[in-house]
Design a protein around this ligand. Structure first.
Ligand code: SF4
Length: 154
């Protein structure tokens, strides 16, 4: 029985990792790279990733912007509207750490994304190339398949 239960969990994790429908919050230069990875050249749909117009239909939030006070409010609202299980990808130095707009280096108040919501995968770069974003997606899929204790499980 435990074997069957384990197989069922594996199947569920595989299905979740292979159907990551995403909602994207972008601004600044990283958003251009996020948009390009959605185009036909890189073709995220072959990974089962489909863009969504409403957070309620998405299980992956891609954040590719500096997290200023104004953007933090938008991100928190989008995140709250997403159903669980949900996953978060931080794209670029700004989302990862505040980047060039972090408190300590700029008068603009930008903070790391993981200070307002849990982040499952970080994509470094300023800006990251589309290949790096795809690599982040593959790392997230592997993490889900490993059932690796992502922060947003129900
Ligand atoms: S990480 Fe660099 S490229 Fe991305 S939004 Fe910030 S400054 Fe622009």
């Amino acid at each position: 029985m435990s074997f069957l239960s384990s197989r069922l969990q594996d199947l569920t994790a595989w299905a979740q990792s292979s159907s990551l429908w995403y909602y994207s919050v972008g601004g600044g230069c990283c958003a251009d790279e996020s948009i390009s990875v959605q185009g036909c050249r890189y073709d995220l749909e072959r990974f089962g990733c489909l863009p969504q117009a409403h957070p309620e239909q998405a299980d992956l939030l891609i954040v590719s912007t500096a997290v200023t006070e104004k953007m933090a409010a938008v991100i928190l609202e989008v995140y709250a509207r997403m159903p669980t299980p949900k996953y978060v990808m931080a794209v670029g130095a700004c989302a990862n750490s505040g980047g060039a707009f972090a408190d300590r280096v700029s008068y603009v108040k930008a903070r790391p994304l993981d200070t307002i919501i849990p982040v499952d995968v970080y994509v470094p770069g300023c800006p990251p190339r589309p290949e790096a974003i795809m690599d982040g997606l593959i790392r997230l899929q592997e993490k889900i398949q490993r059932k690796d204790g992502h922060a947003n499980a129900p």
